[in-house]
Write a protein that binds this ligand. Structure first.
Ligand code: DOR
Ligand code: ZN
Length: 347
């Protein structure tokens, strides 16, 4: 198959940042995604429906003329979130979920939660209002090895949470392990997972063998190839509770190429083409549409898109760098080729 036409996709997990970065991140995602679930980990974080509405307007101001793109907003769960904030969020047409970051787990997670049990009244309100909980699933215990943190989170936090709130919809974000795949496959239909292009394309050897590649450093960190293969099998299996979430996260080059480089991979500019490469390598291009365009809206209970997008098997070279305000961001595959190119979209 050298040409592939899909229902227009969405991105169910992205970081757009704020201010001048939006004039890069918003056009990049709006080029191929109709909607994107926008992460709330700004500084300060997006904690109320009013914050999310204001942020949404700043994003919409950067959507190129004639392009149809809708940001789906999320709130940041903190130790101070209350059930009435959940009720307000559920009543706001722009808010589609609340994101749980364990404090210290990743970029801009300082305001994250320090314990889940104390927030059970808030989670209960989310269950009552049917507002999805989006989860960064890693423990932060300093004694837990960084490669084991996702698995430990499943056992110590997710399993008890789901037992307590069986009707709560949970999106286990950017899963990276075979254990997470297995968990999602067997836990029941209230739990889904997003999978990034970078966790499908790379494993920790790609990041570490022959020298550290800071632009491949993300959280949860890339795992060994056994896990990468499990993710590839999951997304191409036709299972309906895995869907596309890039976790594209722009960081200025100097902050990644540093003695203490920060976590995040920028993929938005060619993410759909990168996913197509993976599905092609797995001889599963026929499964890309459900992963990219159907499973996400079905889980979030939103309509599927009606527009279409066409990809051709034509190589393109990823830009060496992109402007990010006064700085630059280095996208994944910078200066190298991707096997697919977007040819055409209908509105
Ligand atoms: O690599 C990551 N970058 N992982 C995250 O969880 C957050 C993200 C960011 O905000 O930059
Ligand atoms: Zn993220």
């Amino acid at each position: 198959m050298d040409s592939l036409t899909l229902t227009a996709p969405d991105d169910w997990h992205i970081h757009l940042r704020d201010g001048p970065a939006l004039s890069t991140t918003v056009p990049d995602i709006a080029r191929w995604a109709r909607r994107a679930v926008v992460m709330p980990n700004l500084t300060p974080p997006v904690i109320s429906a009013a914050d999310a509405t204001a942020y949404r307007n700043r994003i919409l101001a950067e959507v190129p003329a004639g392009v149809d793109f809708e940001p789906l907003m999320t709130l940041y769960l903190t130790d101070d979130t209350t059930p009435s904030m959940v009720a307000e969020a559920a009543a706001c047409p722009y808010v589609h979920g609340i994101k749980l970051y364990p404090a210290g787990a990743t970029t801009n997670s300082e305001a994250g939660i320090t314990g889940l049990r104390a927030l059970y009244p808030v989670i209960e309100a989310m269950e009552t209002h049917d507002l999805p909980l989006l989860v960064h699933g890693e423990v932060t215990d300093k004694h837990c090895d960084i490669f084991d943190r996702e698995k430990a989170f499943i056992d110590s936090a997710l399993i008890p949470l789901i037992a307590q709130f069986p009707a709560l919809r949970v999106v286990f974000e950017h899963i990276t392990t075979a254990e997470a795949v297995e968990f999602v496959e067997h836990v029941g239909n209230k739990v889904a997972a997003t999978v990034t292009a970078h966790h499908l394309l790379y494993n920790r050897n790609d990041m570490l063998v022959g020298g550290i590649k800071p632009h491949l450093f993300c959280l949860p960190v890339l795992k060994r190839d056994r896990h990468q293969l499990a993710l590839r099998a999951a997304v191409t299996s036709g299972h309906t509770r895995f869907f596309l979430g890039t976790d594209s996260a722009p960081h200025a080059r100097h902050e990644k190429e540093s003695s203490c480089g920060c976590a995040g991979c920028y993929t938005a500019v060619t993410a759909l083409e990168l996913y197509a490469e993976v599905f092609d390598e797995e001889n599963a291009l026929d499964q890309l549409e459900s992963f990219a365009s159907f499973n996400g809206p079905d889980f979030y209970r939103l309509p599927r898109n009606t527009a279409e997008i066409t990809l051709n098997r034509v190589e393109q070279v990823v830009p060496q760098q992109l402007a990010l305000g006064q700085h630059e961001v280095i996208p994944i595959r910078a200066g190298e080729s991707v096997a697919w190119t977007i040819a055409r979209q209908t509105q």
